[in-house]
Design a protein around this ligand. Structure first.
Ligand SMILES: Nc1ncnc2c1ncn2[C@@H]1O[C@H](COP(=O)(O)OP(=O)(O)OP(=O)(O)O)[C@@H](O)[C@H]1O
Ligand SMILES: [Mg+2]
Length: 276
């Protein structure tokens, strides 16, 4: 069974989508097969990853249509060994659709039952969630084994709403006992700035060992990569943000007590060039 990891934080713009896409690329470079599930109606991960605009069924269809399996909705992406269950704006109304107890008696477990299917042949499933604590987000959490909580170090408001997220996790654990926080990830970090250092140390005070040692550096390469529809590792492998995401992949494998299936470094760089 794949390790399922939701990247979640209801605060907007903290790096959920960037982390999902880049971690997917990092993990596949360590030799793993990765599925990204886009659970955000903004569909940013879908836009970055998808090959062409497609009519393939989306995560909305997967959650609402009992006959559809996860495998039926998987599409290939621009990144080798990374697949996608995409989203579109229709996902914005799913909370309303799921508020129908006759049709959906277990509204927050619609996705869980699909992603727990034994035929899902991936090593990792990464779920990008929207900036809300909605039934949709709860579906993402209930389908996951682990959470990564990104927090922006450049904002003194990073902690806002964190207790509400913790409450939602407790609710979801009633239907997903194993759900745990794999780590808190400090994003858009700039060691030179006082505010970043101060926020980083208060995040450490609050979460202790849960905070990943790896932080993601604030970098223009990350923004440019998004603009050109690539992971930052594809866009500029030598950039600090690209190295940070590779390091994060390694730290996550360590926390999950897994070993890379493939060594990265120059060998992978050559392979990647041939594939591209
Ligand atoms: N390390 C980074 N350095 C600089 N900019 C970054 C970095 N990571 C992400 N960004 C930029 O910050 C913005 C928000 O990032 P992202 O979309 O990943 O956040 P999000 O949490 O998914 O947002 P939303 O809540 O809207 O889904 C994007 O424009 C992205 O390019
Ligand atoms: Mg996002």
């Amino acid at each position: 069974m794949p390790e399922k990891i939701a990247i979640t934080m209801q605060k907007g713009g903290v790096g959920k989508t960037s982390t999902t896409v880049n971690l997917a690329d990092a993990l596949r470079r360590f030799g793993f097969r990765v599925l990204v599930v886009d659970l955000d109606p903004q569909a940013n991960a879908t836009r970055i990853l998808q090959m062409n605009r497609s009519d393939a069924p989306t995560s909305t269809d997967l959650m609402l249509n009992a006959d559809l399996s996860a495998q039926d909705t998987v599409t290939a992406t621009k990144i080798p060994d990374v697949s996608l269950i995409g989203a579109n704006i229709k996902l914005a109304s799913i909370d309303n659709a799921l508020r129908n107890p006759e049709r959906y008696p277990q509204p927050i477990q619609q996705l869980q039952r699909k992603l727990d299917a034994p035929d899902l042949a991936f090593d990792f499933v990464l779920l990008d969630t929207p900036p809300s604590l909605s039934i949709l987000t709860m579906n993402g959490l209930a389908a996951s084994d682990h959470l990564i909580v990104p927090m922006e170090s450049g904002s003194q408001f990073s902690f806002e709403g964190i207790e509400d997220l913790m409450d939602i996790i407790t609710v979801v654990q009633t239907v997903r006992q194993k759900l745990n926080i794999l780590g808190v990830l400090v994003t858009k970090h700039d060691r030179r700035q006082n505010v970043c250092r101060a926020v980083f140390s208060s995040i450490q005070d609050r979460f202790g060992k849960e905070v990943f040692t790896t932080t993601i550096t604030a970098s223009t390469a990350a923004r440019k990569a998004e603009f050109s529809g690539e992971s930052v590792i594809q866009h500029d492998r030598k950039s600090k943000a690209a190295k940070d995401y590779m390091e994060l992949g390694k730290e996550i494998l360590g926390r999950l007590e897994m070993n890379p299936k493939k060594q990265t470094g120059e060998t992978t760089a050559v392979i990647t060039t041939h594939q591209a």
